[in-house]
Write a protein that binds this ligand. Structure first.
Ligand code: FAD
Length: 409
């Protein structure tokens, strides 16, 4: 049986590993448009900050694939899919056939329709090439004494990029369209604690700041203009406004597509023998675009590519961690009680950059914000995942003396 994977990110590699583990003699080909072997995108942040070399980004040494009988075709994008004929067309004009195909082509950074987006000095970060271009521009700015930089988007990625750029010596302002930073991951009280900490690190945060245009002067990019007329100076602008599943290939092939490529519980698309996993997908209305979802989906897709009907996917509890801003922040599942019947437990100490919040429903934890409480993350994650009834401990869950391990038993 011939397995083909379009894409070479974490979803593709997880699926490839699962396929060869189940079927060591599998005929498996990977096609990617990038010129690099598979790498971990979160490491791009440390690469940008100069804390990692390019060679440290790669997931495996070059011979890893060959030793498993996997052929990787770099710089060979899949440009067309003919699902009826079980055939793909490649950017070099050649064709390849498959018995089972996995679409793992990921997503693209959303480019907000701002005036001036398309000019030198304005970036998004998704690939090694993006990171190299940003580093090159940052070096030129610093050499010219132009220290101010702007990040548009106060989400996890925006903040981590801001921190990386600040560590190069740039002065950062983060513009957040919403009323507070990370509004998908934390509530207003948690954001206030985080903002204070970022301020101490020299990163200025402007909430309710809707960018409208990126301005230039004789030297290049000079400022971001906001809808309310304010101007924020910056000679480097990094736009971090979310990710959109890359649905072009699937859409052109006539597959069912919403925000992402629609998949069922087997990660099967609407086309026979075509599966999808990772940022490219939409499952039950959700396009998670995070690594835990990509890994879970890829394992299920690969298992079903080998043995149809063998595994099922039932969604991912979103869990994200801000790693490098000097604050341990993890946000899991539902972060605010949205209706009656939900209960919130909170504890805060802004002087220690500490904020803890648990959201409970029906005696079970359904979400958490854990800032400055790294030691609680594994237990709380498990309690959420396993749906453990914690009602008899509810009043004590955030007590310093309470050991969450007790509730796990
Ligand atoms: C800087 C950064 C930091 C991040 N940090 C985190 C984090 O801390 N935690 C977290 O959960 N998530 C994080 N993410 C998101 C995470 O990286 C993605 O969820 C994950 O990479 C998705 O994996 P994927 O395999 O679905 O897609 P991708 O990693 O996007 O891989 C898709 C691959 O397909 C290739 N491709 C695209 N089109 C074609 C085509 N037509 N033919 C062939 N190949 C094609 C692409 O070049 C790419 O190699 C981060 C993302 C970035 C950019």
């Amino acid at each position: 049986m011939k397995f083909v994977i379009a894409g070479n990110g974490i979803a593709a590699i997880t699926a490839a590993r699962t396929i060869v583990a189940a079927n060591p003699n599998a005929d498996l080909e990977i096609y990617t448009d990038e010129p690099y072997p598979s790498y971990l995108r979160p490491r791009l942040i440390q690469f940008l900050a100069g804390a990692l070399k390019q060679a440290d980004l790669y997931l495996y040494p070059p011979d890893w694939y060959a030793r498993r009988g996997i052929t990787v075709h770099l710089e060979t994008a899949v440009t067309e899919l003919d699902a009826a004929a079980r055939r793909i067309v490649l950017q070099n004009g050649k064709e390849a056939s498959y018995d089972r195909l996995l679409l793992a082509v990921g997503g693209n950074p959303f480019q907000p329709p701002l005036e001036g987006m398309d000019q030198e000095g304005v970036f998004t970060l998704r690939t090694i090439d993006d990171a190299l271009a940003i580093k090159g521009h940052a070096d030129r700015c610093l050499a010219a004494g132009q220290r101010q930089a702007v990040v548009i988007g106060g989400g996890l990625l925006g903040l981590e990029c801001a921190n990386a750029l600040a560590s190069l010596g740039l002065e950062l302002t983060v513009l957040e369209h919403g009323p507070w930073l990370l509004h998908k991951q934390i509530d207003e009280q948690g954001a206030a604690v985080l903002e204070k900490q970022l301020g101490q690190q020299g990163i200025r945060c402007l909430p309710n700041a809707a960018a409208q245009a990126i301005l230039r002067d004789g030297d290049g990019v000079s400022a971001v203009e906001l809808e309310d007329g304010r101007r924020v100076s910056g000679h480097l602008v990094l736009c971090s406004a979310g990710v959109r599943p890359d649905t072009d290939l699937a859409r052109a092939a006539g597959l069912a597509v919403g925000r992402g490529v629609l998949v069922d519980t087997e990660m099967h698309t609407s086309a026979e023998h075509v599966y999808a996993a990772g940022d490219v997908t939409e499952y039950e209305g959700e396009a998670w675009c995070i690594i835990p979802a990509a890994i879970e989906q890829a394992r299920v897709a690969a298992a079903n590519m080998v043995t149809p009907g063998s595994e099922a996917y039932h969604g991912t509890v979103p869990s994200t961690t801000l790693k490098v801003v000097g604050v341990d922040l993890t946000s899991i599942g539902m972060i605010s009680a949205e209706e009656d019947g939900f209960q919130e437990l909170r504890k805060a100490d802004p002087t220690k950059s500490m904020y803890q919040k648990l959201v409970l429903h029906d005696g079970r934890i359904v979400g958490a914000i854990l800032m400055g409480a790294r030691e609680m993350v594994p237990a709380v994650s498990r309690l959420i995942k396993e749906g453990t009834d914690v009602s008899r401990y509810a009043g004590r869950l955030l007590d310093e003396q309470f050991d969450l391990a007790e509730a796990l038993q």
